[in-house]
Design a protein around this ligand. Structure first.
Ligand code: SIN
Ligand code: FE2
Length: 227
């Protein structure tokens, strides 16, 4: 006789039990997690961009990024001819980066906890804006001083194909479709995995049109580079 319990039904399928999809031992997609906060988050993005506008930065190799970026929080990620680093001051405005909107912080802490990283205390948030054709080549997030904290990545607007690889650039990648409201969290043994975004198709979103906003919350650390 077969007895079906919920445990038998779900087996070790993490998705069925918790609504989160595992893409690594300590990496999860939380589908629609940000949807209830979307309006507050978009207001936060507008407030940040009013003070520190989106801009396309140069890489040390002299390439102009197709993604436009800004930051909020104590530390902001920047790149120019001299390299990648975190700064306290926005080089464009000459002022400190805008405060982290409270909705960003609350969402990030809840998402991190849901992915097994309680007590996340981000001090940096990189906000990326994608247009059709924008892409982000495979990279590791490794300018932070504290790899003990996860990365929390929130997607709004147009859908994207997120690439999630391994610890070597040449490792195989999986393509993860990310929709408005999806949140990805990676940390622990997965903290330094390569990731990127495929060239964006023009699939306009009802609220954001031909734009995708992604913001990633990080713990850059107290001594995260020159001021
Ligand atoms: C990033 O790696 O900074 C952004 C990832 C994304 O846009 O989904
Ligand atoms: Fe990244």
């Amino acid at each position: 006789m077969t007895m079906t319990t919920s445990l038998d039904l779900f087996g070790d399928d993490d998705t069925a039990q918790s609504g989160r999809e595992a893409i690594g031992p300590q990496s999860f997609v939380l589908r629609g997690f940000a949807l209830p906060f979307a309006e507050a988050l978009l207001q936060g993005v507008d407030t940040v961009a009013a003070q520190s506008p989106f801009r396309r930065m140069q890489t040390p190799g002299g390439y102009t990024m197709s993604v436009a970026l800004t930051n909020c929080g104590q530390w902001g990620w920047t790149t120019d001819a001299h390299g990648y680093r975190y700064t306290r001051i926005d080089p464009l405005s000459g002022l400190p980066w805008p405060d982290l909107p409270s909705a960003f912080l609350e969402l990030a802490q809840a998402a991190a906890a849901g992915a097994g990283f309680p007590g996340f205390a981000p001090d940096a948030c990189l906000v990326n804006q994608y247009e059709p054709g924008s892409r982000l080549s495979l990279h590791q997030d490794k300018n932070e001083r504290d790899y003990g904290a996860p990365i929390v990545s929130v997607s709004l607007g147009m859908p994207a194909l997120f690439l999630f690889g391994g610890h070597e650039r040449s490792d195989k990648t999986v393509r993860v479709p990310l929709l408005h409201g999806d949140v990805v969290v990676w940390g622990g043994v997965d903290r330094l995995r390569y990731h990127g975004v495929m060239p964006m198709k023009d699939l306009p979103h009802p609220r954001l049109g031909s734009r995708r906003i992604n913001f990633t919350l990080r713990k850059a650390g107290e001594s995260a580079g020159p001021v």
